[in-house]
Write a protein that binds this ligand. Structure first.
Ligand SMILES: NC(=O)c1ccc[n+]([C@@H]2O[C@H](COP(=O)([O-])OP(=O)(O)OC[C@H]3O[C@@H](n4cnc5c(N)ncnc54)[C@H](OP(=O)(O)O)[C@@H]3O)[C@@H](O)[C@H]2O)c1
Length: 249
C-alpha cells in the first residue's frame, strides 16, 4: 500500500492512517463520514451489489472506518441488497474502541420510510446492541408495524412524510454519538449532500470499467449548491485509489 499524498510513503499502515484521522463532533450533530466504492467509470454496483468492486485495501479501509464509528448509517435498500448483518469489528479494533472510551461495537442506524425490514434477520436478532431505525414521525402504511420495530430497535422518528435525516443526526448527537459513518446508498447520500452534512468523503476507485446503469455515488435532484471538498490523502494499492476528502472549513 503506497501513500501518494500528502507525502509519499511506501508500505503505509492503512488501518492506522484511518484511525489517526481527526473527526471532531460538532455541537449539534456528529461528524459524518461517507464511505463508498466506485468503479473508474462511476458504477456503484456490479450485478446489484457493491461487493464486486472492493479489493484488499478497500476492505481494510472499510473495516478501519467501521472501527472508529459510533454509528453506521445506512439506507434500507442497501440493507436489503447487501444483506446487512450486525457490524463486528475485529478483536483488535474492539480493544482499541474500548481504550478510546467507545463501546466495543458500533450501532447500526437504518433509514426507512416503508419499514420493510426483516426483524428475524441477524441484524435484529443477533446484534450485540440494538440498532436504531430512523423514520418519519408517523410512517404511513408501514410493512412492519412500528411497535414490532420498537421491540427490536430504538426508533428515531423525525420529519413529516419522509425522515428528516439532519434532525435524526441531531438526535443521535443528543444520545452521545460523535462519529457517524454513512455507508450509502446513493439515495441516502443525496440527503447528506443536500443538508451540507458530509464532513468527510472516503472513496475507493476500483480499477474496473463496469458500465451498467447503477446510480452515481450520490443520486438525487441536483442540490442548490455544489460543495467543495479538500483532498486530504491519496493511497494506491493494486491499481485501486483510496481518496480521502474533508470539508474545506
Ligand atoms: N458502491 C458502494 O459503496 C455502495 C454503498 C451502498 C450501497 N450501494 C448499492 O446501492 C444500492 C442501494 O442504493 P439506493 O440509492 O437504491 O438506496 P439506499 O440509499 O440504500 O436506500 C434508500 C431507501 O432508504 C430509505 N430512505 C432513504 N431516505 C429516506 C428518508 N428521508 N425517509 C424515509 N426513508 C428513507 C427508503 O427505504 P424504504 O424503501 O424502506 O422506505 C429508501 O427506499 C444497492 O444496490 C447497494 O448495493 C453501493
Amino acid at each position: 500500500v503506497r501513500q501518494l499524498l500528502p507525502a509519499g510513503v511506501d508500505d503505509l499502515d492503512l488501518d492506522a492512517a484511518y484511525l489517526a484521522d481527526l473527526r471532531p463532533a460538532l455541537a449539534t450533530r456528529p461528524w459524518v463520514v461517507l464511505n463508498m466504492v466506485v468503479s473508474v467509470d462511476g458504477a456503484t454496483t456490479v450485478e446489484g451489489r457493491s461487493g464486486g468492486l472492493g479489493g484488499t485495501a478497500d476492505h481494510i479501509a472499510f473495516a478501519a472506518l467501521r472501527s472508529v464509528a459510533d454509528v453506521i448509517l445506512v439506507g434500507a435498500a442497501t440493507v436489503r441488497a447487501e444483506r446487512y448483518g450486525p457490524p463486528r469489528p475485529s478483536q483488535i479494533h474492539q480493544a482499541q474502541r474500548v481504550a478510546r472510551g467507545q463501546s466495543p461495537f458500533p450501532r447500526l442506524a437504518i433509514v426507512s420510510g416503508r419499514l420493510d425490514l426483516d426483524l428475524d434477520s441477524s441484524l435484529f436478532t443477533d446484534s450485540p446492541n440494538r440498532p436504531y431505525v430512523i423514520t418519519s414521525q408517523s410512517p404511513t402504511d408501514p410493512v412492519v408495524a412500528l411497535e414490532a420495530i420498537r421491540a427490536r430497535a430504538d426508533v428515531i422518528g423525525r420529519g413529516e412524510g419522509h425522515a428528516d435525516v439532519a434532525a435524526a443526526l441531531e438526535a443521535l448527537r443528543d444520545d452521545g454519538v460523535e462519529v457517524v459513518l454513512c455507508e450509502g446508498g446513493p439515495t441516502l447520500n443525496d440527503q447528506l449532500l443536500a443538508g451540507g452534512l458530509v464532513d468527510e468523503l472516503c472513496v475507493t476507485i476500483a480499477p474496473l470499467l463496469a458500465g451498467g446503469t447503477s446510480k452515481r455515488m450520490i443520486a438525487g435532484p441536483a442540490p442548490a449548491q455544489a460543495r467543495s471538498m479538500r483532498l486530504d490523502r491519496v493511497v494506491e494499492d493494486e491499481d485501486a485509489l483510496l481518496l480521502r476528502y474533508v470539508r474545506p472549513d
